[in-house]
Design a protein around this ligand. Sequence first.
Ligand SMILES: [Zn+2]
Length: 280
Amino acid sequence: MNAALCVLASSSGGNCSALMVDGADGPGVILLDAGLSPRRTRTLLHQAGLGELPIHAMILTHLDADHWNVGWLQARPDATRLFMHRRHRGRATREGILHRPSELFEEAFSPLPGVVVSPLLCSHDELGVAAFRITLEGGATLGYATDVGRPSDELASHLSGVDVLALESNYCPVMQQASGRPAYLVRRIMGGGGHLSNQQAAELAFRIAPRGHIVLLHLSRQCNTPDAARAAFDGCPLPLSISRHDTPTDHIPLVTSGEPARLPVVRPAARAMSQATLWG
Ligand SMILES: [Zn+2]
């Protein structure tokens, strides 16, 4: 199956990625999160050259406003299936999302023929967030993890060796501490139930050992810069894309990597000190 990932936009202002697939149902798009208004989503899909494709499905990591835009309550086409984690059912009911048919997942599910999504519930605020390992017919795999709170062993093994890894790299700790944000907010973000720092993202990516490409998601506009995020991945041998809040990324092809994952050089002493040495 031909497939590619394009992050339409990603920030605390709204997150939405398009997974293009060309399977038995013909070419179409699966949206991973739908945190932009329907209008903005369509504009960015057009900008990315995907405006003519049907949206087969929307799969939500969680229901925070930057991942689920309430505009979709009315605007979602009938043919577009909506998937969310069973854990979010109560919130979805309270917020009126379930008045139209939606599908709840807990275990692996198939939103389209030839696409299997395996979710893992991770810590994020009260209800948690789903991270996905998506496997396509032919074997190519995509790891998709955002708002995951902390880099856990479980998540590292769930996404282990994927071909393309899309992972949040939310903040630079120095900028976060100096941001002037209220202490409770800084604690929420950095306290293991919020977001990954650049260094945590680099360490987690290193453990996951993706084979083909890394895409960084959800950079904070106030507490991060593309350069700071890139610096944490210094020495990483894979191509690195950094998503933006306003412009789609290139199309990143989802192909099985012929080469086995390059085994990283682990230097135990250096590892704790500097992420820049992770890839040796
Ligand atoms: Zn978010």
